[in-house]
Design a protein around this ligand. Sequence first.
Ligand SMILES: Nc1ncnc2c1ncn2[C@@H]1O[C@H](COP(=O)(O)OP(=O)(O)O)[C@@H](O)[C@H]1O
Ligand SMILES: [Mg+2]
Length: 259
Amino acid sequence: MVTVEPRKSGEDLALHVRGVQHGYHIDGTYRPVIQEMDLRVEPGEFVALLGPSGCGKSTLLRLIAGLEKPSAGWIEVDGRSVTGPGPDRIVMFQDPTLYPWRTVRQNVALSQDISGKRDDHAVDEAIRLVGLGGFEKAWPHQLSGGMAQRTALARALVNHPRMLILDEPLGKLDALTRLTMQTELHRLWKERGFTAIMVTHDVDEALFLATRVLTLGGTNRSRILSDIRVEAPFHRHRDDPYLLGLRHEILSQLGYKDV
Ligand SMILES: Nc1ncnc2c1ncn2[C@@H]1O[C@H](COP(=O)(O)OP(=O)(O)O)[C@@H](O)[C@H]1O
Ligand SMILES: [Mg+2]
């Protein structure tokens, strides 16, 4: 699989989005979605993206993942321009998309089986890491929503990607499972040290997990409206007055003034 061109920018950035514009042709007309966008992310940052539905959050993630090419501009990951998907950038969606005919262990080992490079030790370690030890032989239909998403996380992390691209990964979970999984996701990020780019519609989730929160929006086409560094140390408390202040600021930025 071709992933990147050997084109070093000489900068130590995990992600560099430079002058990216993107849109789609619908019925012969070009409809812009993302207007000129610049973004620099350092290795190991946890960036949360918030914005109204349809503003282009998933589109931006697909561009970073290399699943689509921008209409204009450049995207570099670790100093190399993105030309397609690659094992250094794993994407995780709302739906865990497990294969029903494979066990937890076989689902986690999927990419290794495809490439013919099975590493049993890495598979077992990833399963333990997400707290699924003992469930290796379970089938997807025997798992709760949270366990299925843990399996998807183990599958995402098994080959130690440098970047995790998360599109509302906890969006389908019930409220309490969601809180548990936020703590888990934070622990995995701390332990593995990957760079995370996560779309969420939950401001509290963003403030619990992220080192930086970006809001996207605008009329007709989106841009970055705000880029807020979350300075609170981990482990964070959701009722920390500093975080509540940021929550208010971010919601105002998104157009919600009276919440
Ligand atoms: N493959 C596609 N073809 C045409 N339009 C698309 C396609 N994917 C997304 N769009 C449009 O781009 C806009 C942004 O979509 P999306 O990135 O999914 O938004 P978000 O994730 O913020 O809800 C929407 O108006 C959507 O209809
Ligand atoms: Mg989306």
